[in-house]
Design a protein around this ligand. Structure first.
Ligand code: GLU
Length: 309
């Protein structure tokens, strides 16, 4: 690997305070890039104007700095905030449209969810395309004239896309049969996660994507989008989720947000605790992220989810 060009990223959504699961993902993303001598980018995924807030972005950046996870470029430069990158998403949207891969979709959320559910577990999934894909130009024009704003979907091929995940190994999905066409622009004009993240990883020269395994199934879609847009997909490394009891840690567990940790933890103790959960230390001890780079090894990180009990 050409380590000089290794580029990792933190890509938090500033829709709340970070919890332990986010911090673990950030620590491993940082260690993965730094252990290879690479750079780090901090990109704020603040696409959704309703769910995200600038004060959360500032709090997340503070948390990272407090833990000793530094970055070489990114926030607060607005060029690294997704809300300011619409022209790039627009360009990619037009490029996909020019290839005949985009169509407007008027399905309701309920229809989309129903279509995404296989009739019985294990049975072949729904038609990859919804009925909107086969509307005639005049039918589309009539809906638009009636003031009904569509979402926009990308037409996926009946093709199995395989990625080699750095932690979970070979992972393959047939895009048409598992998931089908997906939305790249919402009816309110906001570009969707899959398009934005693919365009950003491509344009920012990201070579290593480290994140929770709940996004593993997005990787084939993103790799396909990036290739279709003429880029080279990054390497993906997913990590196990931190679970509390039987639940994945989410932002709902507000009491475990880093705001509370700031009062009760020394940052080096918290890094040691996270490193122990990730299998990098036999027992928790105060440590800086920098001190962990030598012993960072994906083989030590468990593949099964990590219980916080
Ligand atoms: N912004 C996403 C999140 O906070 C992560 C996206 C990604 O890493 O691809 O869940």
């Amino acid at each position: 690997m050409d380590t000089a060009s290794v580029t990792g990223r933190f890509a938090p959504s500033p829709s709340g305070h970070m919890h332990m699961g986010n911090l673990l993902a950030m620590l491993l993303a940082w260690l993965d890039a730094r252990a290879l001598g690479g750079r780090m980018i901090l990109r704020m995924e603040d696409l959704d104007p309703v769910r995200t807030r600038p004060e959360y972005a500032a709090a997340i950046a503070d948390d990272l700095a407090w833990l000793g996870l530094d970055w070489d470029e990114g926030w607060p430069d607005p060029a690294y905030c997704q809300s300011r990158r619409t022209s790039y998403y627009e360009e990619a949207f037009r490029a996909l449209e020019a290839k005949g891969l985009v169509y407007p979709c008027w399905c309701s959320r309920a229809q989309r969810l129903a279509a995404a559910n296989a009739p019985h577990p294990g049975e072949a999934v729904h038609d990859p395309r919804c009925r909107c894909a086969s509307l005639s130009p005049s039918e589309r024009a009539a809906r638009i004239a009636a003031g009904r704003l569509p979402a926009w979907k990308v037409r996926v091929p009946d093709e199995t896309v395989t990625i080699r995940d750095g932690h979970y190994g070979v992972y393959a999905e047939n895009l048409a049969r598992e998931g089908g066409d997906f939305i790249i622009r919402r009816a309110d004009g906001v570009y969707a996660y899959q398009l934005a993240v693919s365009v950003d990883d491509m344009r920012m020269g990201v070579t290593r994507v480290v994140r929770g395994r709940d996004l593993l199934s997005s990787a084939p879609r993103q790799a396909w989008l990036i290739r279709t847009l003429g880029g080279t997909p990054p390497e993906y490394c997913h990590l196990p989720l931190l679970i509390s009891g039987r639940e994945k840690l989410s932002k709902r567990l507000g009491s475990q947000s880093t705001q509370a940790f700031h009062q009760s933890w020394d940052p080096r103790e918290l890094v040691g605790h996270l490193a122990c959960l990730a299998g990098l230390l036999p027992a928790p001890e105060p440590v800086s992220p920098r001190q962990l780079t030598d012993r960072f090894d994906w083989d030590k990180v468990p593949r099964e989810d990590i219980s916080m009990e």
